[in-house]
Write a protein that binds this ligand. Structure first.
Ligand code: ZN
Ligand code: MN
Ligand code: MN
Length: 303
């Protein structure tokens, strides 16, 4: 069976993310380790750590991953911001270590006008510096593929592979694949043949053993739009078929698959999306998408 879960809020304490996830039957949890929109964070108290570890033990969660906060940009050409990003990253990796979280998902960064090559080099250097300082922490950084919005890097398997090649040590690095970002970046994987081709490209450039997590989101905007907007499973440009293929892909059984779709405090949307995904397990016939491409007539032909 696939390992399914969702991003959960840590409001009220880190352990609350686990309790929230459990309340809607998540098999895996993604969470921030602190407020994701601010630089400053108060240190984790011993009792917070204890509470998190005990709750996790009680609930039996094997797969818990952290997501980096949003201000971090290892691609920044501004030395001050670049250093602050590294410091924040080190702090968050330390929080992961204290909480016993072994995977940390990071958007590689944006070059902010200096160009892709310079940005990628900057990211690789930043990663290497952070990994050196946090040596022995045991926390692995998973670089997430992006939609390529603005000057954001990491939108192609080529770029992720380049970063994995140029940052060290390699064993502390992996990849998180986000389905909405892949679609927005222009990857086509909406039926069996293209789905297979996507994984072949992934295997050839990155390697499946590097895959530490998957983000399951539909994309509100079209393939190749480079716009990062998530929507509910089956309701966006992807439709249900790629998710059916993911749910029944035996090669992905050990990789946690996490929703990052819009939701309210009662998590009702997560409940629906998880039910949709679980409903696809074991379904053998392809699902034909009912929504015709923009500008097409009722039979799907382009005008
Ligand atoms: Zn992300
Ligand atoms: Mn994501
Ligand atoms: Mn996104």
């Amino acid at each position: 069976m696939p390992i399914l879960g969702a991003h959960m809020s840590i409001a009220g304490g880190a352990h609350q993310a686990l309790l929230r996830g459990k309340s809607i039957c998540c098999d895996a949890i993604q969470m921030f380790t602190r407020n994701a929109n601010r630089w400053a964070a108060k240190p984790l108290a011993d009792e917070d750590i204890e509470r998190f570890r005990t709750t996790r033990e009680e609930l039996g969660y094997e797969h818990v991953v952290a997501h980096a906060s949003y201000l971090i940009n290892l691609g920044s050409p501004d030395d001050d911001l670049w250093q602050r990003s590294q410091n924040a990253l080190m702090e968050e990796l330390e929080r992961c270590r204290l909480l016993g979280i072994d995977r940390y998902i990071l958007h590689p960064g944006a070059h902010v006008g200096t160009g892709e090559e310079a940005g990628l080099q900057r990211i690789a250097d930043g990663l290497t510096a952070v990994l050196a300082v946090t040596e022995g922490s045991g926390v692995r950084i998973l670089l997430e593929n992006t939609a390529g919005q603005g000057t954001v890097l990491g939108y192609s398997f080529d770029q992720l592979a380049w970063l994995l090649d140029h940052a060290t040590p390699a064993e502390r690095l992996g990849v998180c694949l986000d389905t909405a970002h892949a679609a927005a970046a222009g990857y086509e994987f909406r039926e069996a043949a293209t789905y297979e081709a996507l994984w072949q490209a992934f295997e050839g450039l990155i390697g499946r053993e590097r895959l530490g997590a998957l983000h399951l989101n539909d994309s509100l905007r079209d393939l190749g739009s480079h716009v990062d907007r998530h929507t509910h499973i089956g309701e966006g440009a992807l439709g249900l078929e790629p998710f059916r293929l993911l749910m029944n892909d035996s090669r992905l059984r050990s990789v946690p698959m996490l929703l990052e779709t819009p939701k309210g405090e009662d998590l009702a949307e997560d409940v629906v999306n998880l039910a949709t995904l679980r409903g696809l397990i074991g379904r053998e016939e392809p699902i034909v998408t009912l929504t015709a491409p923009v500008g097409a007539d009722s039979e799907g032909r382009r005008a």
